[in-house]
Write a protein that binds this ligand. Structure first.
Ligand code: PAF
Length: 292
């Protein structure tokens, strides 16, 4: 809908609701791209998808404190409001919602959304409470904006599965749209946290995608034993470096539960610390449909 002159920037729940109501009254469908800012071209791909599908695109920029653990990077998470607004403007976004923490969380608030099962493994095992924070803030954003569609990257596969579950379980009328992972030429998945990497670490981080590709190749060559494929992937991750592997797992994509034998499509998922930076990546592999 918007051209580059008409993007609106609002900071309160009331104001974004008013903008969305006006757009709806004009017959517009609404797309929401929830983000934590530090916007890069993977976020722009979500905005492009929203603009393709919807008449009025809202981007939220909110570094959500409840999804960071006490020793995580909440304080140092990259923040650059001017750059984010410029990215949104160039992408043709209609409205940006930039709430302060106090606007999203009243001091007396005690309600949270918790998704069982799906959140016990993978990142959930290493980041206690993280997915409660994500589920809660996304539920709040979906309630505030009430979009027809909301857009999330497939790079955060467990997050996407959690959000799909929240929307189904809480009867929310929003369609959750997963968008493909955007990669640099080296294969490194684009992420706001890549900004923490030194140039040497950036090279070492390429081994994450190489490990996923190696796992895929083993499966497509006929290997069906998950532990054996995981062994191959582990051997590829930063073999000469000091990367700390949080996990390398092969899971069923909808439930995120580990599989022992690979007979159906699986998600290869990993989380690795390169220096002080925790990176995640994943790849879906269909053992019957894919070819090398
Ligand atoms: O993926 C993110 O950027 C965040 O986890 C999200 C979905 C915006 C919730 O804070």
């Amino acid at each position: 809908m918007a051209d580059s002159r008409t993007m609106q920037v609002v900071r309160t729940v009331d104001a974004i609701r008013e903008l969305v109501s006006a757009a709806r009254a004009d017959g517009c469908s609404i797309g929401l791209v929830p983000t934590m800012g530090a916007l890069h071209h993977a976020h722009v791909s979500l905005m492009d998808a929203a603009r393709r599908d919807c008449d009025f695109t809202v981007v939220s920029v909110f570094v959500n404190p409840t999804q960071f653990g006490p020793n995580e990077d909440y304080e140092r998470y990259p923040r650059d409001e001017a750059a984010d607004l410029s990215t949104c403007r160039s992408a043709g976004v209609d409205a940006v919602f930039l709430p302060a923490v106090g606007e999203m969380y009243a001091p007396e608030a005690v309600t949270a959304v918790r998704v069982a099962g799906l959140t016990s493994g993978l990142c959930g095992a290493f980041r206690p409470g993280h997915f409660d924070g994500v589920a809660t803030v996304v539920a709040k954003l979906l309630n505030i904006v009430q979009p027809d569609r909301a857009y999330f990257g497939e790079k955060d596969a467990q997050q996407l599965a959690v959000i799909r579950r929240v929307v189904i379980d809480l009867d929310m009328p929003t369609e959750v749209v997963g968008c493909p992972t955007v990669r640099e030429e080296s294969g490194l998945a684009v992420s706001s946290r890549n900004a923490y990497l030194s140039s040497a670490e950036r090279v070492r981080a390429q081994s994450l995608y190489a490990a996923l590709q190696a796992g895929r190749a083993r499966i497509l060559s006929g290997e069906r034993d998950a532990e054996s494929v995981i062994g191959t992937m582990r051997s590829v991750i930063d073999p000469a470096g000091s990367a700390k592997v949080d996990y390398v797992s092969i899971v069923e994509p909808a439930t995120m539960q580990p599989v022992a034998r690979i007979e159906d499509p699986v998600l290869l998922a990993l989380a690795v610390r390169i220096g002080g930076t925790r990176l995640i990546d994943n790849l879906t592999v269909d053992p019957s449909a894919d070819s090398l």
